[in-house]
Ligand binder design. Structure first.
Ligand code: ZN
Ligand code: ZN
Length: 532
């Protein structure tokens, strides 16, 4: 029998990690990501593995985002010696991401240790260090997409384009069990149709067991032209007040998408003549990797390249890798556009820009990415009047633009369309990588529209993949009452969160439109229905 244990991104969006075991005891992993968000969630990064890392044959990696790759150096530190198999651009992006992450871990440990010492306590070691990251980089093995690879154990896999970020893959896995070849598909993070720069996700049509992400399982994205208009409005707003536009962005993909769009505005004469700063050493390096991997760009980006134009370039763009250059941005008065990481405002230079600009009426903040619960970015989106930046309460007086159309994830319609392709092969569907409300709502839609069996795995749940017997939902529920309660509690927390957001939006704290409030209300209603 084949077993899959969901060791991350189960009932939440971070920490992606699946242990796949065949009947002969061969073990592989799919993804090995960091848990991110609340302190409670991040504690999971420090826990012991539920397997022996030395026994893992290979790690198949969907993409370079840290919530999928960020625990790799810990895995290597704890004895993993297999290959990390992933697409060539992911290898390049992971080289910079893992070293950057190790640096952050070292700084965090140093800060915590100093604090501990002042309290007469012992210092702490980092989760992993630069040396662990370097060892991990040695194990990265580029694998071309669309080619079936057979591991020594006989387990086969193939990477397919997931259309989420440069180099991102969804993974097909074939395992022979009791003389039959069983096919598993892991969606990884699935991009949306017509996303900038990357090509559309590969349409797979068959699987026995499908693990699909559900980040936006309960949402529809706003249309992209609308998002472009909002982006221009945000720039105009700050420009008319002679203030800055601050854009927190993930170093990979979101940053390049924003550059792509600003470059388009520039070519069309829509971008005002103000400086644009890319103020993140990591995002600068990532942008250079994008430029080296133009062969992975989609048709639109290729067409721009064919005219001899860099799709990510514009005349007023300045890269500011050094700290001095970064500090100088805030010392210079006047309007400017500043793109900085991290995307959820929890670390990096964006915190300095928020400290300098969040309290300034007239400035604009563009939130163009998913903000996990507990992060500073989420608090800003939720319309909180003050947020903590460097342990200081900073008033939110700048105008906050939450622009949904930029998502690098498929929305509910996109996910349903992609899952629908599988319907004739009648797979069992596991909903992962989503907060409970999203996963539940997407699950209901999949059952209604395609009559497929669905299940939302709980954290650490081991699934027995048995084709002969139907997925016995009730058995799972009876066997794990505590986890069911846990799911219920998660759902209640999610509903509570939605209601708080709605209340704040109605009170006028945020920038919510009536449409957005109705959308929030609908998702609360759907969540309540799913509980009863
Ligand atoms: Zn991702
Ligand atoms: Zn993800």
């Amino acid at each position: 029998m084949i077993h899959v244990t969901c060791l991350g991104a189960a009932g939440t969006v971070t920490g992606s990690n699946y242990l796949v075991e065949d009947s002969r005891g061969n073990k592989i992993l799919v993804d090995c990501g960091l848990f991110q968000g609340s302190r409670e969630m991040e504690k999971r990064n420090w826990m012991d593995w539920d397997f022996d890392p030395r026994e893992i044959e290979a790690l198949l990696l969907t993409h370079a985002h840290l919530d999928h790759s960020g625990r790799i150096p810990k895995l290597v530190k704890d004895g993993f010696q297999g290959k990390i198999m992933t697409s060539p651009p992911t290898v390049e992006l992971c080289q910079i991401m893992l070293l950057d992450s190790a640096h952050i871990q070292e700084m965090d440990a140093e800060w915590q240790s100093r604090k501990n010492h002042r309290q007469g306590k012992k210092g702490i070691a980092p989760l992993y260090d630069t040396e662990d990251a370097q060892k991990s980089i040695q194990l990265l093995t580029p694998v071309e997409r669309d080619r079936v690879v057979t591991l020594a154990s006989g387990i086969k896999f193939r990477l397919r384009n997931a259309g989420h970020i440069l180099g991102s893959s969804l993974i097909e896995v074939w395992i022979t069990d009791a003389d039959r070849e069983v096919k598993l598909v892991f969606s990884g993070d699935l991009g949306k149709q017509d996303q900038l720069i990357v090509r559309d996700p590969h349409e797979v049509i068959d699987a026995d067991f499908l693990f699909v992400e559900s980040t936006y399982g309960n949402r529809l994205h706003r249309s992209f032209p609308e998002s472009k208009a909002e982006m221009l409005e945000a720039i105009q707003y700050a420009l008319s007040n002679n203030e800055k536009v601050i854009i927190p962005a993930f170093a990979m993909e979101r940053t390049q998408e924003i550059l792509y769009l600003l470059a388009e505005f520039s070519r069309e004469g829509l971008l005002p003549d103000i400086p644009v700063y890319l103020d993140s050493p990591l995002a600068i390096k990532a942008t250079e990797i994008f430029r080296k991997n133009e062969q992975y760009y989609d048709e639109d980006a290729q067409a721009i390249l064919d005219q001899g134009i860099d799709p990510l370039g514009m005349p007023n763009l300045t890269f500011t890798p050094s700290t001095e250059e970064s500090i100088a941005i805030n010392e210079k008065p006047g309007s400017a556009i500043v793109i900085a990481a991290s995307g959820m405002c929890t670390a990096g230079r964006i915190k300095h820009h928020l400290k300098h600009n969040l309290w300034r009426p007239g400035a604009s903040i563009i939130i163009a990415g998913f903000q996990a619960q507990g992060t500073t970015g989420r608090k800003i989106v939720d319309g909180e009047k003050f947020v903590k930046v460097f342990r200081e309460d900073v008033a939110v007086k700048a105008k906050v633009y939450t622009i949904g159309g930029f998502s690098a994830h498929a929305d509910q319609a996109g996910l349903l369309e992609w899952v629908g392709n599988f319907a004739p092969s009648n797979p069992r569907v596991f909903l992962v990588h989503g907060e409970p409300t999203s996963a539940q709502i997407l699950g209901q839609k999949i059952e209604e529209q395609f009559h497929l069996e669905t299940h939302i795995p709980t954290w650490k749940e081991t699934l027995t993949l048995n084709l002969k017997e139907p997925m016995q939902k009730s058995t799972i529920v009876e066997a794990m009452p505590a986890d069911t309660d846990q799911t219920m509690l998660h759902s209640l927390a999610a509903i509570e969160g939605e209601l708080t957001r709605l209340r704040k939006s109605i009170e006028g704290g945020g920038t919510g439109t009536t449409e957005r409030r109705l959308e929030q209300l609908r998702s609360v209603e759907e969540a309540l229905r799913s509980l009863s």
